[in-house]
Design a protein around this ligand. Structure first.
Ligand SMILES: C[S@@+](CC[C@H](N)C(=O)[O-])C[C@H]1O[C@@H](n2cnc3c(N)ncnc32)[C@H](O)[C@@H]1O
Length: 252
């Protein structure tokens, strides 16, 4: 099955494509406490998926506009549908199909990049790329994985990760600081948030396979859900962490 379609279906019950609850996401967005850096404040979301973070931020920050960038057409369609359904957001947000690593479009008061550092080749290049889009004094909302301890081979295999590809939590904060940012607030996903995210992911796909798909897609979707569930339960569950951080740009 097409990966973008799988992802769109898998996130039906949990539109934030990260192990973060709606309540935690709201607290993080509130925790941005962005100063009005410009007269017409704007938010950029790199790898926006179906736009949950950006649309929630625009609800919290009336008078702000936003742009979301992603390569998944199904996710962007869903983001545009949600924006249109909320009349006051329709004119304040634009979702663009573009590679976040090469996109250009000026500087922003807030830059969001959650679960999408792979688009830039890892955490360090992401932090550098984000700075190119950020106004002086702006804020970053960054979401990134980390290992809770030394990962087992099963955890690495389950994630398809190489040893050393992800830091531990202290290493993640070190890397952020090395790139000239200071955490001002943060959230570490709980075990309950992880379980809810993964059960929603696999469960949405199972429901689609059994209730909506034709025979070929049914078998393919069930195979993807089973493989994902096995990689999680026999692999990275309890070992993979996820941090979402509000960062101040203090320069290098
Ligand atoms: C794990 S999802 C996170 C989505 C969203 N930030 C969220 O938390 O709900 C990663 C997203 O990055 C997008 N992505 C991956 N590579 C990209 C690229 N080069 N440019 C833009 N988006 C990309 C994927 O399509 C996907 O929607």
């Amino acid at each position: 099955m097409d990966r973008a379609l799988v992802s769109a279906i898998a996130h039906r019950r949990h539109p934030i494509a990260a192990p973060v609850s709606e309540e935690s996401a709201f607290a993080l967005i509130t925790g941005l406490e962005p100063e009005l850096v410009s007269d017409s404040p704007r938010i950029l979301d790199l790898g926006c998926g179906s736009g949950e973070w950006l649309l929630t931020a625009l609800k919290v920050l009336p008078g702000w506009d936003g742009i979301g960038i992603d390569l998944s057409e199904p996710a962007l369609d869903e983001a545009r549908r949600k924006a249109a359904a909320e009349h006051h957001l329709r004119d304040r947000v634009r979702f663009e199909h573009s590679d976040a690593a090469t996109w250009t479009g000026g500087r922003f008061d807030v830059v969001i990049c959650i679960g999408a550092t792979h688009a830039f080749g890892g955490l360090g290049p992401t932090l550098d790329a984000v700075r190119r889009h950020l106004l002086p004094g702006g804020r970053v909302l960054l979401g990134e994985g980390y290992w809770e301890g030394a990962p087992t081979q099963a955890a690495l295999d389950g994630l398809g990760a190489a040893p050393g590809e992800l830091p531990d939590l202290a290493g993640l904060i070190d890397e952020v600081q090395r790139h000239g940012y200071e955490p001002g607030y943060g959230h570490l996903s709980t075990a309950a948030e992880w379980d809810r995210y993964e059960w929603s992911w696999t469960g949405s796909l199972v429901a689609w396979a059994l209730e909506e798909a034709d025979d070929d897609d049914r078998d393919a979707a069930l195979a993807v859900a089973r493989e994902h569930r096995r990689q999680w339960l026999a692999g990275y569950r309890g070992q993979l962490g996820f941090a979402t951080l509000v960062l101040h740009d203090i320069g290098t």
